[in-house]
Design a protein around this ligand. Structure first.
Ligand SMILES: [Zn+2]
Length: 284
């Protein structure tokens, strides 16, 4: 009887492990994972650039410029399937690197050759000494991996990143004039208001003129225009604005500006439109 070792074949991983590709198992039966030189080079470059102090956004931009494939596209290419596809309601010829993609890649224990399920090392796959059974030669040693995690963590704690949220009055209403994309809200620390800003970089896009505007100014502007045509409601909700097809487009402001800018928005940057005049709703 042929002994069946636990690593005889890997069948369940779909081969999508960053830095590796599926290859026929040397035993002649099933598949195993073997380093994929192309993505290995990409991963090594990314790690070097993190240590050189580049931000994930800067690294993503460089990768998009050089045309390096994201793991999902590289996997599709190796499988002979078309690149890109549909995502967030848009069609992509190929997917773009974002800081989110990079963060996922850089935090995956698969870089150490660990088998990973839902971003965690699979704890049951250990050999007699308790060490994880490797899916293939590691791209990073354990200590290099842990050093990388420490660098990433220190950076995310050190930078006071804005927390953008999709849960604001004008989400889906406010759009950036530069890229036509949605603007998102972030609170300013220590202020009673925040900003709506273009989030093209988070989508992996480059916006030619990313706009940003104080949230209280934009909300006031939109509500005053809305009230000119819509019957007054006790409290205007986001749902009401979306239902009535309200849209505001914000163009990038000039740098600097004069004292007037401290009292309100430069309304020449703003364009308010409403698709359908709202139906008059009965009182109560
Ligand atoms: Zn934009």
């Amino acid at each position: 009887m042929v002994p069946r070792g636990p690593r005889r074949a890997i069948r369940g991983t779909h081969g999508r492990v960053v830095g590796y590709r599926k290859a026929p198992h040397p035993s002649g039966s099933g598949w195993c994972l073997t380093p994929d030189p192309e993505s290995t080079t990409v991963v090594r470059t990314i790690v070097e650039e993190v240590h050189a102090g580049l931000s994930l956004i800067a690294i993503a931009r460089k990768l998009n410029e050089t045309g390096a494939l994201v793991p999902r596209d590289r996997h599709a290419q190796l499988q002979g399937r078309p690149l890109g596809g549909r995502r967030h309601g848009r069609d992509f010829e190929r997917f773009r690197w974002t800081s989110g993609t990079l963060s996922k890649v850089l935090r995956s224990p698969s870089l150490m050759g660990h088998r990973v399920h839902q971003r965690q090392t699979v704890q049951t796959v250990h050999d007699a000494t308790g060490a994880p059974v490797l899916i293939g030669p590691p791209l990073l040693t354990e200590s290099a991996f842990h050093l990388l995690q420490a660098v990433l963590l220190a950076r995310s704690n050190g930078t006071r990143r804005k927390r953008w949220t999709a849960n604001a009055l004008l989400t889906g209403v406010a759009h950036c004039a530069g890229c036509k994309g949605r603007m998102y809200f972030a609170l300013r620390k220590g202020y009673p208001y925040g900003d709506y800003g273009c989030r093209a970089t988070a989508r992996g896009d480059v916006c030619p003129a990313p706009s940003s505007v104080r949230s209280d100014w934009l909300e006031e502007y939109v509500l005053s225009h809305y009230h000119q045509t819509a019957p007054a409601e006790a409290e205007v909700t986001r749902e009401a604005l979306l239902r009535d097809g309200v849209r505001v487009t914000v163009a990038k402001g000039r740098k600097g500006g004069d004292a007037k800018r401290m009292t309100g928005p430069d309304t020449s940057r703003l364009a308010f439109t409403m698709q359908a005049p709202p139906a008059v709703r009965p009182e109560n």
